[in-house]
Write a protein that binds this ligand. Structure first.
Ligand SMILES: Nc1nc(O)c(N)c(N[C@@H]2O[C@H](COP(=O)(O)O)[C@@H](O)[C@H]2O)n1
Length: 150
């Protein structure tokens, strides 16, 4: 059986799969320093707030701004957040061929965002989480595998 592939910190193995990894994405006619910047900015409809998130100096600061509930979260966020993440992650791997190759090199290994601080995007630390980021990465991998099959 293919071993599980766990990732989380950018500095550790397969840290490139984290949204905090320094791979810019071009989306909506703008450059976003990381997929995390893009994802967090989409929580807001106010273009000024989005721009503030886009210009955050690190993905952690972008995440802090995105999580700051003093700013009004868009009303439909819960229903759109997975498709926003899918868009960000797919753009990241399509726009960086080295990353696409790394993702493809994982073949059919289950990809797990391993963290006890996140039980929606990650595995919750004990495997009880939804691992939505891992699932999206595996979906993107399947798309790339299909497209690149000789
Ligand atoms: N590196 C890192 N640090 C954290 O504190 C995290 N929660 C995560 N997980 C990522 O956070 C993003 C989701 O943020 P929200 O909780 O929805 O604001 C997403 O990119 C997860 O993969 N990573």
């Amino acid at each position: 059986m293919t071993p599980l592939l766990r990732f989380y910190s950018v500095q550790d193995a397969y840290g490139e799969f984290s949204n905090f990894a320094p791979y810019p994405v071009f989306l909506d006619k703008k450059r976003w320093p990381t997929s995390e910047h893009y994802f967090q900015a989409q929580k807001f409809l106010d273009p000024k707030v989005q721009e503030r998130v886009r210009c955050a100096s690190t993905p952690l600061l972008a995440a802090r701004l995105g999580r700051d509930r003093r700013q009004k979260l868009r009303a439909d966020w819960e229903s759109v957040k997975v498709s926003v993440m899918r868009r960000a992650v797919e753009a990241k791997f399509r726009q960086h061929d080295d990353l696409a190759k790394l993702l493809l090199s994982t073949a059919d290994a289950p990809l797990i965002e391993h963290t006890d601080t996140d039980s929606f995007w990650g595995d919750g630390g004990d495997g009880s989480g939804k691992n939505m980021l891992g699932r999206i990465l595996m979906d993107v991998r399947t798309i790339l595998q299909t497209e690149r099959r000789p």
